[in-house]
Write a protein that binds this ligand. Structure first.
Ligand SMILES: [Zn+2]
Length: 258
């Protein structure tokens, strides 16, 4: 068996002191790789540092939309420099968020564009956070998609099928986190059942959103990704082994990890 947790915040204060133990539990659960995601300059640098120390951890560097008003003006240049590290496999997380009101939306859009352009420039995939703004995200993706082939992932996807399909058509993968395992998530499971298996990824978004049956237990951690895998495997009529192998292959192709 093998699984890849494509989105974890090992750099979060709830996890960072226990990365050795967390990676040990990953090994026991056949979670062979973890992608550690940055949300601002400092957490991106920490993601790179963790990836530098742990052979099975890779890093994504970027400014999450809720933090774009708190970083220096030249932040994207700093991100570009960090991305030169050999363990950096993606740009992000980036995206748009209308749920929280931490940063002006037009500023979020400027940063989202900068991240996509950096991704194209460096030939690295990008990681998209989307909350209450699917139309805006899809519109922007399609603007770029008409000029460049896009490589990226809609992370912790909770939107509807119509929007998922537009993201898939734009070239993106769709990643599901623990939410898809929750009792009330029938709509999201119906979306997940429609996504072609070669475009699905799995993630924990740890330390948040522990999957069923560990819901409410904090912090979540990468080894828990197997519960999300089991739920999605059933939806696709696959064994957990087959589904793990398929999504691991998807992750390795998209992020070019070994
Ligand atoms: Zn995240």
């Amino acid at each position: 068996m093998s699984f890849v947790d494509t989105h974890a915040h090992l750099n979060d204060e709830q996890l960072i002191d226990n990365v050795d133990e967390i990676m040990q539990r990953c090994a026991e659960a056949d979670v062979e790789s973890v992608i550690c995601i940055g949300i601002d300059i400092q957490s991106s640098q920490t993601a790179v540092d963790i990836a530098g120390k742990h052979p099975h951890v890779y890093a994504a560097v970027g400014i999450q939309p809720n933090y774009v008003s708190q970083v220096p003006e030249n932040a994207i240049e700093t991100i570009r420099q960090m991305a030169a590290h050999p363990k950096v496999v993606a740009i992000g997380e980036t995206g748009l968020d209308r749920y929280w009101d931490y940063a002006p939306f037009d500023q979020q859009q400027i940063f989202f564009r900068q991240h996509i352009e950096l991704s194209i420039d460096l030939n690295l995939p990008f990681v998209v956070h989307m909350r209450d703004c699917a139309e805006d995200v899809v519109e922007l993706l399609w603007e770029y998609q008409s000029q460049f082939p896009l490589r990226g992932v809609m992370h912790s996807y909770t939107g509807d099928w119509d929007q998922a399909q537009k993201c898939i058509d734009a070239g993106l993968h769709i990643s599901f986190a623990g939410m898809v395992t929750y009792k009330k998530s029938d709509d999201l499971r119906a979306v997940a059942a429609n996504v072609p298996v070669d475009r699905i990824l799995i993630e924990t978004d740890s330390p948040y959103l522990s999957p069923h049956p560990h819901r409410g237990k904090r912090p979540n951690e990468p080894a828990m990704v197997i519960h999300t895998a089991a739920c999605l495997a059933e939806l696709h009529g696959m064994s957990v082994d087959e589904f793990g192998a398929q999504t691991t292959a998807n992750a390795k192709t998209l992020f070019e990890i070994k």
